[in-house]
Design a protein around this ligand. Structure first.
Ligand code: SF4
Ligand code: SF4
Length: 301
């Protein structure tokens, strides 16, 4: 992996859901988890894939003749792609006159990202906000993330990292030295269920969270409320038992779920495992808030 370049898939200005106050959120591409409910599928793969906006296609077939490995063809007047043949050479992106192909991210430099963030300093000064590095999983590009955090620190910008904590503890603690706030996703306490619904064990995540809580870094635990998967009383009580033993400045946010990413999965030609999961119920979230508070934990509004 080239440590000079950062692969990102979005920079969001004036974000109000990625930490306290008004923030600039930088989304780093690539994630080792594959949660059924992921609403940023374009951030899962570190590689820059191509989305196809087929409604724009004018049928000129330039892309088919320009695709050397013959991954593209027309079947019943519709452009189809054989993903197994695509080498991601991006020729079709260059050739297509109708701009049907859209990259899911781009490679950039630390300096370019900092330039973008700097534009928002007046808003940070007014609101008390700052920058949030999210993903994907930002710890997957840890050397670049640390450089970004150091630069933001030099500019006295408040720094938050939105992470699953799925990384070795050395990486987590190195990043923690350069951030004021961690937003940590806590998904499931049962290890088998965690494996089933995210693709990985939760052991390293929980161990990292315990270690991070001893470091003095402020932590906001974010628990997505996925109906039928992790919003049951058993999981919430197990989460509360674990969280009440942690040290330091910890608060909790319960995040409602909506299956709003269907169109993104379709464009990416990916299966959306969460497509049939219903939206979170406000009553269940209210109940879970009460459970967490009954353990003496602070739940944010
Ligand atoms: S080059 Fe673009 S417009 Fe032409 S067939 Fe291919 S996708 Fe469609
Ligand atoms: S990226 Fe390259 S190999 Fe893949 S479909 Fe486009 S032209 Fe073909």
């Amino acid at each position: 992996m080239n440590e000079e370049l950062v692969t990102i898939f979005s920079i969001k200005h004036y974000a109000i859901h990625d930490g306290p106050d008004i923030r600039t959120t930088v989304f780093l591409k690539g994630c080792p988890l594959s949660c059924w409910w992921c609403h940023n599928p374009e951030g899962l793969n570190h590689r820059i894939e191509l989305i196809r906006n087929l409604e724009k296609c004018i049928g000129c077939r330039e892309c088919v003749s320009g695709c050397e490995p013959a991954a593209l063809s027309f079947v019943e007047r519709k452009l189809v792609k054989d993903e197994t043949l695509c080498t991601l050479c991006y020729s079709c992106l260059e050739i297509c006159p109708a701009m049907v192909f859209e990259p899911t991210g781009w490679k950039t430099t630390v300096a370019e990202i900092i330039q973008e963030i700097e534009k928002d300093i007046p808003f940070f000064d007014q609101s008390g906000g700052g920058v949030t590095f999210s993903g994907g999983e930002p710890l997957m590009q840890a050397p670049q993330l640390v450089r970004l955090l150091k630069e933001c620190g030099r500019l006295s910008i408040h720094r938050a990292v939105d992470t699953t904590l799925f990384a070795d503890s050395k990486t987590v603690m190195e990043v923690a030295r350069h951030a004021e706030l961690f937003l940590v996703d806590l998904k499931l306490m049962d290890e088998d269920k965690h494996r089933l619904y995210t693709g990985v064990s939760n052991r390293m995540i929980l161990a990292n969270l315990a270690e991070l809580s001893n470091s003095g870094t402020e932590i906001i635990i974010r628990i997505p409320q996925i109906p039928g998967i992790n919003d049951d009383e058993e999981n919430i009580k197990a989460s509360a038992e674990f969280l009440k033993k942690l040290n330091g400045r910890i608060s909790i946010e319960l995040l409602p779920y909506h299956s709003s990413a269907t169109a993104k999965y379709k464009k990416l030609n990916m299966t959306y495992p969460g497509r049939d999961i219903p939206s979170s119920s406000p009553e269940t979230i209210k109940r879970n808030r009460s459970i967490l508070e009954s353990y003496g934990l602070t739940v944010l509004p």
